[in-house]
Design a protein around this ligand. Structure first.
Ligand code: KG4
Ligand code: ZN
Length: 347
């Protein structure tokens, strides 16, 4: 019996240095070094700080992943690396490292799309992805609805945010509530203690948006509405009910995301919804998507929270999918592309 391919994945598109190792759909190692603490005091990721941290963390993270999986680089069948989208300098460190390892060990290299990797990671938890599927991709930099007919060949964008990404909205609202960066986890936690009491706006859900923006998102108006609401409280000398604001804001985001994702499934006649990206770690989006999907006979697939945020395993998972599909590897001179379009799965 032919054993499934052993694929190593390297992720450096933002502030996590990730090295993951998979065999087929089986996760063997998922090692991460994060520079998030170094960015926290700036309230956002500082590109130069992230690049230097990747440079310092790459070799030790690689070693930990190989040790954890109990393999050596010569056992690996292919190396996959995030080629984009992401921070230009951060991507360069990962791509340069992947090329060096590929050249030294004589292995094929795949430069892959970070967003497609957020979709592919679900295969490590739930097995092969039924196609076609609808994917809702919600991270710090992106919010998109995609139709996935063949993940190895590319995806079809149905809609995306026209301003802030969902994770960015969590980060900005956390900041104005005095919660730490990144804002998703503390808002998720605060919301559990709060009441959904404030009717914050649901962007692009009006009747007039149906024609042009049915599957698009907008979160900047929501962020402004939260800021205005908090300012009014402070002006009136009243305390800000942080937990209630967090719960009401989170509800507004999750309501729009899940409603549009289910609408995309129903409209396209597709009964699988996969949710990926850091915001998919949110407890409310997970429960709401589940509840709403059940009513339409749609199966929701969301990987466990640790696989939703950036990691190397997701890159290895997509690499493994590409190898299994017989996709051709990239050139050793493959570029990194900070603005890599979602329609391209490999660089
Ligand atoms: O996918 P990811 O790790 O990095 C990017 O590719 O952007 O996503 C990071 C984003 C951050 O904005 C963070 O606040 C958000 O994911 N996030 C969450 C949660 N955990 C992380 N948002 C809401 N609820 C969470 N539990
Ligand atoms: Zn990401």
């Amino acid at each position: 019996m032919k054993t499934e391919p052993l694929v190593l994945g390297i992720e450096t598109s933002c502030d996590e240095t990730g090295v993951g190792i998979v065999r087929g759909h089986t996760l063997l190692a998922d090692e991460i070094a994060s520079s998030v603490d170094e960015h926290a005091r700036y309230g956002g990721v500082v590109p130069e700080v992230a690049s230097r941290a990747h440079f310092e963390a790459m070799v030790p993270t690689m070693q930990r992943a190989l040790d954890k999986a109990g393999v050596t680089l010569s056992d690996v069948d292919a190396i996959a690396v995030t080629a984009g989208p992401g921070l230009a300098g951060a991507l360069l460190v990962g791509v340069a490292a992947a090329k060096a390892y590929a050249l030294a060990a004589g292995k094929p290299i795949y430069g892959v799309n970070h967003l497609a990797a957020h979709v592919a990671v679900d295969t490590l938890e739930h097995g092969a992805l039924p196609e076609p599927a609808i994917a809702l991709l919600v991270s710090g930099g992106h919010s998109s609805l995609l139709r996935v007919d063949d993940l190895a060949a590319g995806v079809t964008p149905l809609g995306a945010t026209i301003d802030d990404a969902a994770g960015e909205a969590f980060d900005k609202v956390a900041r104005l509530l005095g919660l730490p960066f990144p804002g998703g986890p503390p808002i998720d936690k605060a919301a559990r203690e709060g009441q959904i009491a404030i009717p914050f706006p649901r962007g692009l859900t009006g009747p007039r948006d149906q024609a042009e923006h049915r599957f698009d998102f907008s979160f900047s108006g929501l962020k402004t509405a939260v800021a205005r609401w908090v300012e009014a409280r402070e002006r009136g000398g009243e305390p800000v009910p942080v937990n209630d604001v967090a719960a009401s804001f989170q509800e507004a985001v999750c309501d729009v995301l899940t409603a549009k994702a289910i609408d995309a499934c129903v409209t396209n006649g597709i009964d699988t919804l996969v949710i990926g990206g850091g915001v998919a770690a949110n407890s409310r989006i997970r429960s709401m998507a589940q509840e709403r999907a059940e009513k339409h006979g749609i199966t929701v697939r969301v990987p466990r929270p640790k696989l939703c945020t950036d990691n190397g395993a997701m890159v290895a998972a997509l690499g493994s999918h590409l190898v299994a599909a017989g996709a051709a590897p990239g050139r050793l001179g493959l570029p990194s592309d900070s603005a890599m379009p979602i329609t391209l799965v490999t660089a």
